[in-house]
Write a protein that binds this ligand. Structure first.
Ligand SMILES: Nc1ncnc2c1ncn2[C@@H]1O[C@H](COP(=O)(O)OP(=O)(O)OP(=O)(O)O)[C@@H](O)[C@H]1O
Ligand SMILES: [Mg+2]
Length: 346
């Protein structure tokens, strides 16, 4: 009988928030329930699974000694800075161990929303106009206000995910609110605040899986919110954690918009050098045209997260989705080995 492939699942486990740190501090980490779901699903697909929680610097030795063929990486990292998602892939590259998903450079760039927008905008992908600030002078704020010539604006942390720092106060309607919100983000998250023009249209998200000519785009998902008009809506931490939105997939949109969103998502995935899997978020501007908001190369995998819903709409069950991510990573490794004349993995 063929030996089962051994997969090391590397993750950060959610903890209850400590006093004195933001309520959403561990929002991007995995719950014990999600870790169990992933491990059980991989086992149901015939893999042997070893849990490798990332809790600190001892991870290097743990990764080195773990008898695994492939690491399934969903670790968000621990440092808090914009390199945090790159830590595990960088260590795995140091150790020469294969892993699922994007490399440290892509994870670093995509965590930084300003840098990401520079890269995708250079490819002609439309983005929200904006700028980022750390403790700006009054003059810098005045300059921004006269440059953008519009309110409301959105203020968000430059390198967070899972709606961290996004709340009802993120949508600012005048200069005083803008200045206060920049200050709040700088203080609370210890990083620049990204100020963008507010895109008042419908919100969509597109999941992708695979690489190169095998890159598959899942049906477009719409985030629907019934409590307020779209012109007042931001998909905040409060909305997300309270499950107050409805996720509709496939989104009830025509082929033209669906094709456009899919193409833009594919283009963003490719130019940013993403691998195996990712999810791209968009919103429509006042003219109804899609604008890229951000890309998540480690999209959430909890049972009700957007990415598994997108897969399900394509007829891909949760365990099959994980298997596809694994196969995509193995295929990449094999292609590399073939190119260098080395033996096959998996
Ligand atoms: N420029 C903008 N115009 C309108 N809404 C915006 C804008 N930027 C962010 N938002 C709203 O805030 C939400 C969160 O923003 P964004 O996707 O950048 O953050 P995130 O925390 O990285 O998200 P995720 O939870 O998907 O990782 C968006 O889903 C959208 O509703
Ligand atoms: Mg998002």
């Amino acid at each position: 009988m063929e030996r089962k492939l051994a997969i090391g699942l590397v993750y950060n486990l959610k903890k209850p928030p400590d006093d004195g740190i933001p309520i959403d501090a561990y929002a991007e980490f995995e719950s014990a329930e999600t870790v169990d779901l992933i491990a059980n699903s991989l086992q149901s697909m015939g893999y042997h699974v070893r849990l490798i929680p990332f809790e600190g610097p001892s991870i290097l030795a743990e990764l080195q000694s773990a008898p695994v063929d492939l690491v399934f990486n969903i670790a968000e990292g621990l440092s808090g800075g914009r390199n945090r998602e790159s830590i595990i892939p960088a260590l795995l590259e140091l150790l020469g161990k294969p892993y699922t998903g994007s490399d440290p450079t892509t994870l670093g760039v995509t965590l930084d929303k300003s840098l990401t927008k520079e890269v995708v905008a250079a490819q002609g992908i439309p983005v929200a106009r904006g700028r980022s600030f750390f403790q700006p002078s009054a003059e810098e704020i005045d300059n921004l206000v006269s440059e953008l010539k519009t309110f409301p604006l959105v203020v968000k942390p430059r390198w967070e995910g899972s709606s961290k720092g996004i709340s009802t106060t993120s949508l600012v309607k005048n200069r005083a609110e803008l200045s206060a919100e920049i200050e709040r983000i700088n203080q609370l998250y210890d990083q620049p605040a990204l100020v963008e023009e507010f895109l008042p249209g419908r919100e969509f998200s597109v999941g992708l899986i695979g690489n190169g000519s095998d890159l598959q785009v899942f049906p477009v998902l719409e985030v629907v919110y019934a409590e307020k008009p779209l012109t007042d809506f931001v998909y905040s931490y409060e909305v997300k954690s309270g499950n107050r939105e409805t996720l509709v997939c496939p989104a009830p949109i025509g082929d033209r918009l669906s094709d456009r969103l899919s193409r833009l998502a594919q283009q963003a995935f490719t130019v940013l050098g993403c691998r195996d899997w990712a999810r791209v978020d968009f919103r429509l501007d006042g003219a109804g045209e899609p604008r890229f908001l951000e890309i998540n190369p480690l999209p959430g995998l909890s049972k009700d997260s957007l990415y598994p819903l997108q897969a399900r709409a394509a007829g891909v069950s949760y365990p099959e989705l994980l298997e596809k991510i694994v196969n995509s990573a193995l295929q990449r490794q094999n292609n590399k080995r073939e190119a260098t004349g080395s033996g096959k993995l998996g």
